[in-house]
Design a protein around this ligand. Structure first.
Ligand code: FE
Length: 225
């Protein structure tokens, strides 16, 4: 048997993996950035083949990874976690530095970053695995706590987007508690659940300028569960 809940106990960090150049840059939130060798220091990351950033890594032959902190704003989470670089310029209005290879490095909510030149690309079916040699690294602000997948799931109530390597398709729980008049509303963009019973405020009562605490979209993007 496979109990998929076992997978939620594997520890991961959360990072913004970016590539491209000054004219055309993109990035996405990834939980798969890990060091594979120490001398030379090599890192691997996985990116869905449909991700725009995958194309840019192949073109630029380099990528950066910014280590995120737990104070990440819904705006930054929404842009890098739940929007496509085919639709918007994600680097617009972000704090960007360009690395030795020319790739963008996102400094919003960044504890530290690494920059790698691409040395190998492995076909993993749905994803590419990119392996890069570190050419540059810096600490930006180590006073904050690094964001982990566990923190994202448990404290921020986030879920894995469908493009993530860790996305698990599970049957929905359709159990209805008939004694419960509270409703749940789901964000169509990021999957965040607003649970009236937990929040103590009905969704209706929330002010018009209320935003999804995870991805920053407004109330109109929510549907009743
Ligand atoms: Fe959302």
């Amino acid at each position: 048997m496979i109990n998929y809940d076992a997978l939620y106990h594997i520890s991961y960090g959360l990072f913004i993996v970016s590539s491209g150049n000054k004219n055309k840059g993109n990035g996405f939130i990834s939980n798969t950035v890990f060091q594979v060798t120490s001398s030379p220091a090599m890192f691997a990351t996985c990116s869905n083949k449909n991700n725009y950033t995958s194309e840019l890594i192949k073109q630029s032959k380099a990528f950066s990874a910014s280590v995120l902190d737990t104070t990440i704003s819904p705006t930054v989470m929404g842009v890098f976690g739940f929007k496509s670089g085919n639709d918007i310029d994600k680097m617009n209005d972000m704090i960007i530095q360009y690395g030795d290879t020319g790739v963008p490095i996102v400094l919003n909510h960044c504890i530290s970053y690494i920059e790698c030149k691409l040395v190998q690309t492995i076909d993993m079916g749905s994803h590419w695995m990119f392996i890069g040699e570190m050419v540059n690294a810096e600490v930006i602000d180590d006073s904050k706590e690094a964001l982990t997948y566990k923190y994202y799931r448990e404290k921020m109530k986030g879920i894995s987007p469908k493009n993530a390597p860790t996305y698990i398709e599970k049957p929905e729980d359709n159990t209805i508690d008939s004694n419960n008049s509270f409703k749940k509303y789901k964000c169509k963009v990021c999957g965040y659940i607003y649970d009236e019973a937990q929040e103590g405020t009905t969704f209706e009562e929330l002010p018009d300028n209320w935003e999804c605490p995870l991805c920053g979209v407004d109330k109109s993007e929510f549907i009743e569960e």
